[in-house]
Design a protein around this ligand. Structure first.
Ligand code: ADP
Ligand code: ZN
Ligand code: MG
Length: 470
């Protein structure tokens, strides 16, 4: 039978604010447990929440970047449940009137497609239960309680675990571009709940199951593939798929509980918070849209159109804002766009990978190195060595090239000397070349380059050699 996989994601993203959503406590990661807490985020009686305007603004900017309709007025609602890390007994979230609805994300690739965003709403995070600190006991850290999040819910538009992963990569890229979040999964600033069902092509949607606790995008893809295989096996045995939530924490899927439904949470508007009216925070959708940075897809398109790059090159160079900025600085410095692309995608990214992501050769230095190749001072090979040295000590490229003895020799007299030496040392090959063995030209080129210690300007060598053998 031919099964079709259907996937929708719920993505929680921490907003990059300094303080929490409804109080002034710090959101800093890694502080000692329970040091960033106050009566509001601990849910002490009588404490009242006050929304953080920065968080609201970031949520609005995320919604615009994801092409959502932003609602001028939305409503904070209480989602009621008991858990030890939720001191109030409810989470402030949004329910039937979310901040934003109906967005979309473009997934490019072999078959470009658009994935719908159902909604984007604001909510506060819960605390963290620590099961591994004290044997037999659970400890609770309330530092995360009240940290601002957005939840982004996609339509069930995804058709494979691979596409789910690509969507996450794209989402992260967009949210990093607009500086809404650092999307750091290790620190919990991006979390994914993935929903999957299978069906016969053309049939109505099947029963979905949910999987949580994946710690990387690769883990999301793996967990979804495992869940898909489980469901197909179940259905092929003639059994029914049941509403179940799984945890992928331990590597392989483990059922956690039967799924709760939204009416279980007894949502109601939070009586402590007036409706979230953007105007009261001086937030206008138009202004936020106009001040949004260029988004990744627009930047890629511009790179292709302006600099004549391939889709692949544009994709790599526009992957992050810092990289795109670096590339454009090199081009603005006068480098040929295609040459600059090769240097950035090659030596720069290779070096960054080795050195913890830093761009150790500043853009103006890169411009100089490229110029030294263009004007014939350095061969490509020599320039790569200069690049390596500049990466280490940020020295001046031309001075570095001189110090390393890499400056290319284009002086005719010197080159003639090397050519004569090599041709005289190989009379047989010279004779064979003259009698028609044209490929021996390459042999002589190689020998002369060796003789010069790699410093001879290949263009000059070619001319001189042709004269000498001709
Ligand atoms: P719930 O109320 O259980 O949270 P929602 O309707 O809010 O369910 O959907 C949650 C997520 O599950 C969304 O991302 C949605 O796209 C996805 N989803 C809904 N139905 C299905 C289905 N049949 N198969 C796969 N994903 C689904
Ligand atoms: Zn607080
Ligand atoms: Mg839901």
């Amino acid at each position: 039978m031919s099964w079709e996989t259907v996937i929708g994601l719920e993505v929680h993203v921490q907003l990059a604010t300094r303080s929490k959503l409804f109080c002034g406590c710090s959101t800093r990661f890694g502080d000692p447990p329970n040091t960033n807490v106050c009566p509001v985020c601990l849910g002490l009686p009588g404490a009242l929440p006050v929304p953080n305007a920065d968080a609201v603004r970031l949520a609005v900017r995320a919604a615009i970047a994801l092409a959502c309709t932003v609602h001028e007025v939305s409503v904070f609602a209480r989602k009621n449940y008991f858990y030890p890390d939720l001191p109030k007994g409810y989470q402030i979230s949004q329910f039937d009137r979310p901040l934003a609805t109906k967005g979309r994300v473009a997934l490019d690739g072999d078959a470009p497609q658009e994935i719908g965003i159902t909604r984007l709403h604001m909510e506060e995070d819960a605390g963290k239960s620590l099961h591994d600190q004290f044997p037999g006991l659970t400890a609770i850290d309330f530092n995360r309680t009240g940290v601002p999040l957005i939840e982004i819910v996609t339509e069930p538009d995804l058709r494979s675990p691979e596409d789910a992963r690509r969507l996450l990569t794209t989402l992260k890229q967009v949210l990093e571009y607009v500086e809404v979040s650092d999307c750091n999964m290790e620190e919990g600033s991006l979390r994914v709940d993935a929903n999957l069902s299978v069906r016969q092509r053309g049939s109505p949607l099947g029963t979905k199951q949910e999987v949580k606790n994946m710690n990387s995008f690769a883990a999301v893809e793996r967990a979804l593939a495992e869940l898909r295989d489980l469901q197909i096996a179940t259905l092929e045995r003639g059994e029914a798929v049941t509403l179940t939530t799984y945890s992928a924490g331990a590597g392989t899927l483990r059922p956690m509980r039967s799924k709760e439904e939204s009416h279980d949470y007894r949502y109601f508007p939070d009586p402590d918070l007036p409706p979230l009216d953007l105007a009261r925070y001086g937030i206008t959708t138009r202004v936020e849209r106009e001040t949004l940075p260029e988004l990744p897809s627009a930047k890629q398109e511009r790179f292709r159109a302006t600099y004549g790059l391939s889709a692949y090159e544009a994709g790599v160079l526009a992957a992050t804002r810092p990289l795109a900025g670096y590339y454009e600085a090199v081009v603005a410095g006068g480098a040929d766009p295609k040459t600059a692309a090769n240097w950035v995608m090659g030596p720069l990214l290779a070096d960054a990978k080795q050195s913890g992501g830093a761009y150790r050769v500043a853009a103006p230095r890169m411009v100089e190195i490229i110029a030294l190749v263009t004007d014939g001072t350095l061969s490509n090979q020599a320039a790569k060595r200069v690049f390596g040295a500049v990466a280490e000590d940020d020295a001046e490229p031309l001075a570095t090239a001189r110090a390393l003895g890499l400056v290319q020799v284009g002086d005719r007299e010197t080159v003639i000397g090397w050519v004569n030496d090599v041709v005289s040392a190989h009379p047989d090959e010279a004779e064979r070349y003259r009698t028609g063995e044209a490929r021996l030209f390459g042999f002589f080129m190689g020998e002369i380059m060796k003789r010069s210690g790699g410093k001879a300007d290949p263009n000059v060598v070619q001319q001189v050699l042709r004269d000498r053998l001709g």
